[in-house]
Design a protein around this ligand. Structure first.
Ligand SMILES: NC(=O)c1ccc[n+]([C@@H]2O[C@H](COP(=O)([O-])OP(=O)(O)OC[C@H]3O[C@@H](n4cnc5c(N)ncnc54)[C@H](O)[C@@H]3O)[C@@H](O)[C@H]2O)c1
Length: 427
């Protein structure tokens, strides 16, 4: 099995063509340039169909956001593609399996917008406790309601964080600085930050919290995690915030609890059904309800997050291209590698079948070069092995490299072979 890309040899950095679509942050271009990658094209728009296929000709790495669809057809028509970067969190715009079987790792930036979400939650807590949505609306309409009824300070209240991962734990620190008592519930044991206290069940958290905020991933277990029973288990006059994923909350049950006054307010950024574009009308049972903040899935959308995403994914491109590291790939065996001071480093991606490693080792044995390290990861369907080797002093190094590459490339089941040359230390 030989993809066109399997024919590719290691290229000097200035020959590696990188195409960035959809107005990816300039920080990505700057980082790539700093690392010696000068052939970077940045386009503002998304591409599709034939225009996308045409633009990908001769491109080694492509960066997209959520609009560009990298289907099986597009991936298979790309003649040089060796890495895909999703400069966002989601990767379902890419056919991950087609990319994997073409030996193309797909990278994304899952943690660059942690802070943005945590800050938004804090803003929402203040706004909802002070009933700002309706107060602001009244002022816009010429009203002047100065009443302190049902307007509260944040200090001294209890916030219950469901999911104490990147965002939940960052929020914990901010919340405590605001004077909130922090409790949290996670399915795995997590070290508390500051004075936060773990509780042993979701229902315990719901019964104690004045504000419940959700920071769990989208999984079958979190589908409708907060349904009718959970909402009714929340304290009367409490607040629910969902900036996680739309299917985590039963929005009909939430709307009912807001209408009958069981809950004081809610902030919701993510919905079970979200418009695919700005042209599509957005509909939710939460529209028009008092003390409800609705936002269009913008929890992580800030300039700073975009800048960080630019660097985070560009760095993954460089790590893969310079040293062969696939750490952070979402569809590929993950191999973490350090920079290599000297010698030869070969990478080989193959269909995972018994006997391949023996054949690879035979190639190095026959070439009489000394294998100094070997890194192997498999994911069921494919295997990714990186072999470091040194030629003997009396051997012609270039010839050894060429021979080994040739033989690796000809191995049955090979998806990609590459020689990674030594790189100068990177900053
Ligand atoms: N609104 C936005 O724009 C936006 C931006 C970024 C992230 N998010 C979403 O925020 C959520 C959290 O992101 P993160 O980066 O903190 O993820 P993370 O993986 O770092 O943390 C998630 C935590 O949830 C825990 N968890 C999983 N299932 C659970 C359950 N049933 N009950 C309790 N805890 C559970 C995990 O153990 C983990 O600690 C994700 O759904 C992510 O998609 C939304």
């Amino acid at each position: 099995m030989h993809s066109p890309a399997a024919q590719q040899l290691s290229l000097p950095k200035n020959k590696i063509r990188i195409l960035l679509l959809e107005g990816i942050s300039q920080t990505a271009v700057d980082y790539l340039n700093e690392q010696g990658y000068g052939e970077v094209t940045l386009l503002k728009k998304a591409l599709e169909g034939e225009a996308l296929k045409e633009a990908l000709k001769g491109v080694h790495m492509v960066g997209i956001r959520s609009r560009t669809q990298l289907t099986r057809d597009v991936i298979q028509s790309a003649d040089r593609l060796m890495a895909i970067g999703c400069f966002c969190i989601g990767t379902n715009q890419v056919d991950l399996n087609a990319a994997r079987m073409a030996a193309i790792p797909v990278f994304n930036a899952p943690y660059s917008n942690t802070r943005s979400v945590a800050e938004l939650v804090m803003g929402e807590v203040v706004m909802l406790l002070r009933r700002i949505p309706s107060r602001s609306q009244q002022c816009h309409n010429g009203g002047w309601n100065k009443s302190a009824d049902n307007a509260w300070e944040v200090r001294g209240k209890t916030i219950g964080i469901v999911g104490y991962g990147s965002i939940g734990s960052q929020l914990s620190v901010l919340a405590e600085a605001f004077g909130l008592r922090v409790i949290y519930y996670d399915t795995v044991p997590c070290l508390p930050h500051g004075n936060a206290v773990a509780v042993s069940s979701l229902h315990e958290l719901l019964g104690q919290s004045d504000i419940v905020t959700l920071h769990v991933p989208q999984t079958p277990e979190t589908n409708n995690l907060i349904g009718e029973a959970e909402i009714r288990a929340m304290k009367p006059n409490s607040i629910l915030i969902n900036n996680a994923r739309g299917n985590v909350v039963d929005v009909d049950a939430l709307a009912a609890a807001l209408k009958d006054g069981h809950l004081m307010g809610a902030a919701v950024d993510v919905f079970p059904v979200e418009p695919k574009s700005a042209q599509e009308k957005f509909v939710t049972p939460l529209q028009g309800l008092e003390n409800v903040l609705l936002t269009p899935h913008i929890g992580g959308s800030t300039i700073e997050a975009q800048e960080r995403i630019g660097v985070e994914v560009a760095r993954k491109f460089v790590d893969y291209s310079d040293v062969g590291s696939t750490l952070g790939a979402v569809n590929f065996p993950e191999v973490q590698l350090a920079e290599r001071p000297g010698g030869m480093r070969f990478m080989h991606v193959h269909v995972n079948r018994p006997g391949t490693m023996r054949q690879i080792n035979d190639i190095f044995a026959k070439a009489a070069c000394n294998v100094t390290a070997q890194f192997l990861q498999t994911d069921g369907e494919i295997g990714y092995v990186v072999v470091e080797a040194e030629a003997h002093a009396d051997q012609d190094k270039a010839k050894v490299e060429q021979t080994v590459l040739e033989q690796l490339r000809n191995l049955e089941g090979t998806l990609r072979t590459r020689l990674i040359r030594a790189v100068a230390s990177r900053g």
